[in-house]
Design a protein around this ligand. Structure first.
Ligand code: NDP
Length: 244
């Protein structure tokens, strides 16, 4: 294997399904030691069984700052270092702004935005030490907002804003910040939408095209992390060819 990721320690949040799961496996195939984090421990344990290299499962709710600190500490205690953080955990509870259930806004902000900020806060001292990298899994909704995705898009725009500030603060310390912006990926993300009209709309968008698969984004993450130290891939937008 000829990857600079060999023996690099990578923490992936939201690794129990979809993009996070595929990314954890792709990193493992590239030789990385992976810390797979998420709330559903059963799925994470099954993932560890599937991994080709060293991988541990860590139960984590990213909305709890103290739990995020503990997960990072567990990664460093177990593997002795931390080289990359893939901030992937997220929820998309699409809905119109008028009459929205604001609890869903809170959940999205706490998971997608604040959770990723907590993870960066906890991981950054270790990543400065290792001259490591942070991958922010944003979205096309982090570039273009549309009707029905106001709160979700606000979290993804927020992720990009935080990433750019972070990049300016840490790039001369050798830490690379990478924002990945997928279009429609075939995962369970849309199944959590509670608004029946929005859920149906998301399903029919998915049915109308050849969507991306989680593996497509996993390979992009591996590509970005596997660059030589002087190359910082700051942003990658990946849409399905059929997505207008
Ligand atoms: P999934 O629903 O399959 O994955 C979401 C992951 O986030 C799950 O592993 C889930 O794990 C985890 N998660 C949710 N809430 C929390 C929490 N509070 N603490 C820790 N982990 C949590 O969907 P995707 O793979 O599609 O989503 C992954 C990322 O990709 C998200 O950030 C999403 O916004 C982004 N994205 C997805 C697109 C798509 O079309 N699918 C397009 C653009 C971006 P668990 O429930 O076990 O905690």
């Amino acid at each position: 294997m000829n990857s600079s990721l060999k023996d690099q320690v990578v923490l992936v949040t939201g690794a129990s399904s979809g993009i996070g799961r595929a990314t954890a496996l792709a990193l493992s195939r590239a030789g990385a030691k992976v810390v797979a984090a998420g709330r559903r421990l059963e799925q994470l344990n099954a993932l560890v069984e599937e991994a080709s290299g060293e991988m541990i499962a860590v139960e984590l709710d990213v909305t709890r700052a103290e739990a995020v600190n503990l997960a990072v500490a567990e990664a460093v205690t177990h593997f002795g270092r931390l080289d990359a953080l893939v901030n992937n955990a997220g929820v998309m509870l699409a809905g119109m702004i008028l009459d929205a259930d604001t609890e869903q806004w809170v959940r999205m902000v706490e998971t997608n935005l604040l959770g990723s900020m907590f993870a960066i806060h906890a991981a950054l001292p270790h990543l400065i030490e290792s001259r490591g990298a942070i991958v922010q899994v944003s979205s096309t909704s982090g570039r273009i907002a549309s009707a029905g995705s106001g709160a979700y898009a606000a979290t993804k725009f927020g992720i990009s804003a935080f990433a750019e500030s972070l990049r300016q603060e840490v790039t001369t310390l050798g830490v690379r910040v990478i924002v990945v912006e997928p279009g429609f990926v075939d995962t369970e993300l849309t199944t959590h939408i509670t608004d029946p009209v929005m859920r149906e709309a998301a399903a029919s968008i998915g049915d109308s095209m050849r969507t991306l698969q989680p593996q497509d984004i996993a390979e992009v993450v591996v590509f970005a992390l596997d660059q030589p130290e002087h190359v910082a891939v700051n942003e990658i937008l990946v849409r399905p060819t059929d997505q207008v």
